[in-house]
Design a protein around this ligand. Structure first.
Ligand SMILES: O=C(O)C(=O)C[C@H](O)[C@H](O)COP(=O)(O)O
Length: 204
């Protein structure tokens, strides 16, 4: 099993995190790990993101990756901060080659057959499907999966606790991503742990 597949199968949900204040990083990571969601995607969309990755890596059990990685410069910054995996919203050949050269588990975004074919050409077959709901949802992913039998996906974008189970029931889906587990703002750690515990039971 590839390292990215191992990460995708660690928990049914990868929480997509937008950390505004690095002081929130450790309490959020601790609450998610305690609730059974140890795989954490910290989006590089805030100035605090790289320091948040560094801080969260100190939390026992946390597997911390960077999301919204758009280019090799951001890849380098994410790796320098200690990211254990990399997620991108789309797949460029430039970023794909850089991630492969860095030998880091990589989950690039795809949304259509051309994206997936570009990934397969690079030797990749584990993908994010983004934006999942806006791109046609389960019917679209099912149609793509029927053509690309070796590809497996982490649908992300528009997925909720209520809809996650339906996605996870697809053979081509190893996990889903979503921001619902951790609302923006100052963390309510008890609520995050409760939401994580519910999400961690979704694959059953
Ligand atoms: O930044 C990225 O790379 C993304 O993944 C975009 C969104 O943050 C996720 O798609 C989460 O979407 P929601 O769960 O619908 O909020």
């Amino acid at each position: 099993m590839s390292r990215i597949e191992t990460i995708m199968l660690t928990a049914p949900v990868i929480p997509v995190l937008v950390i505004e204040d690095v002081a929130h990083a450790v309490p959020i990571a601790q609450a998610l790990v305690a609730g059974g969601l140890p795989v954490l995607e910290v989006t590089l969309r805030t100035p605090a993101a790289l320091d948040a990755i560094r801080a969260m890596k100190q939390v026992p059990g946390a597997i911390v990756g960077a999301g919204t990685v758009l280019n090799p410069a951001q890849l380098d910054a994410a790796l320098e901060a200690g990211s254990e995996f990399i997620v991108s919203p789309g797949l460029t050949e430039t970023l794909g080659k850089a991630a492969i050269a860095a030998d880091v588990p990589f989950l690039p975004g795809t949304v259509n057959a051309g994206d997936i074919m570009r990934g397969l050409d690079l030797g990749l077959n584990r993908f994010k499907f983004f934006p999942a709901v806006a791109s046609g949802g389960i019917p679209t992913l099912s149609a793509l999966a029927s053509v690309f039998g070796e590809a497996r996906f982490c649908p992300t974008g528009g997925i909720s606790f209520a809809s996650a189970r339906e996605w996870l029931a697809l053979d081509a889906v190893l996990c889903v991503g979503g921001s619902w587990v951790v609302p923006k703002g100052a963390p309510d750690v008890a609520a995050i742990e409760t939401a994580a515990r519910a999400a961690s039971g979704l694959r059953a």
